[in-house]
Design a protein around this ligand. Structure first.
Ligand code: NAI
Length: 304
């Protein structure tokens, strides 16, 4: 099978109404990009309080884009009018596409995927934003496993063009074509990869970040590590990127992509750095304004 191209003979997919389950960092960003492309979006989360915060965050992101000149005020008003919220997955019944972006816990993902699949039209696209869980593990949760595909976005979703599209063993050609059409609509650059733990990007990012964490644990200041990466042409240093991703999530990602034969000592040491910061010191990264760096109104300051 040619994994690189959009399957032919599948009609162009233009979603009119989409659902996004999980209104955190990623779900919010996905909803923003869909609404920016003119798609009506229903955001789902566990409480009205979280949904209220998500809408505020969405609006703040839009205002920043207006300030940067990336969006007009009129477009932002239109974008906000396209986003609705609910705590009830069953409200997604009329959607042609659903994006799952809840916490990285397999049982929670399986639960929301199965509840969404139960109410969606027969050919609706179901995309999961999992960073590590094989699509084949999640497909069984859906009554229509052929409609499930991995669409792995990167934070901040409105600014990062890369989209990793993961085809599971049961994903149909039509689903792959639809996912690529949505990627185009959202202005993303897709790469199509095979299914497996950590896919492509999480494995590569894990190795890159692990070495940076080892340097940190050996006493190299974080700015030195990050500045070296910037000088080498990377757009962001690995440690600033770790804070952006969240150290607790990275702990799970690094933990789950490790195989039994992969550099166990290095692995345990880098996990210990993440464990100490995110779990013992309560410094999980940018989301708490405290991680490897402290984030204040006057910029970031290394504290490690
Ligand atoms: P987050 O913690 O910011 O958001 C998760 C949201 O899911 C929360 O608002 C939570 O209330 C909600 N949620 C939990 N259980 C739910 C349920 N049963 N129904 C509806 N909503 C529920 O997490 P984040 O960072 O947005 O990650 C979400 C997913 O995206 C994870 O699978 C993660 O691995 C993946 N991801 C994260 C990236 C990152 O840079 N943070 C990058 C790429 C993927």
């Amino acid at each position: 099978r040619n994994l690189k191209a959009r399957p032919k003979d599948v009609a162009k997919f233009e979603p009119v109404r989409a659902g996004v389950i999980g209104a955190g960092l990623m779900g919010n960003g996905i909803a923003y990009c869909l609404a920016r492309a003119g798609v009506a979006v229903t955001l789902v989360d566990v409480s009205e309080e979280r949904l209220g915060k998500a809408r505020d965050q969405l609006h703040r992101n839009g205002l920043k884009a207006v300030e940067r000149g990336a969006l007009s005020q009129a477009k932002l008003d239109q974008l906000m009018s396209l986003v609705g919220t609910t705590t009830d997955v069953a409200s997604l019944a009329g959607c042609d596409a659903v994006f799952e972006a809840v916490v990285e816990i397999e049982s929670v993902k399986r639960d929301v995927i199965s509840r969404a699949a139960a109410v969606l039209p027969a050919n609706a696209l179901i995309a999961t934003n999992t960073s590590t869980l094989p699509i084949s593990n999640l497909a069984g949760a859906s009554s229509s496993p052929g409609n499930l595909i991995g669409m792995h976005f990167f934070a901040p979703v409105d600014r990062m063009p890369l989209l990793e599209v993961i085809r599971g063993p049961q994903t149909t050609d039509a689903t792959l074509a639809r996912a690529l059409d949505v990627a185009k609509l959202m202005g993303k650059t897709p790469i199509i990869v095979r299914d497996g733990r950590g896919f492509f990007t999480s494995r590569v990012v894990a190795s890159y970040t692990r070495e940076a964490l080892l340097l940190l644990s050996e006493g190299v200041p974080p700015q030195v590590v990050d500045n070296a990466a910037l000088a080498a042409g990377m757009p962001i240093g690995p440690l600033a990127m770790a804070d952006q991703t969240s150290l607790d999530l990275l702990y799970d990602i690094l933990g789950s992509v490790a195989g039994p034969d992969r550099e166990l000592d290095h692995h345990a040491r880098s996990l210990e750095v993440l464990n100490r910061l995110s779990h013992r010191l309560g410094r999980p990264g940018r989301k708490a304004s405290a991680g490897i760096y402290d984030y204040g109104s006057d910029g970031s300051r290394a504290v490690w």
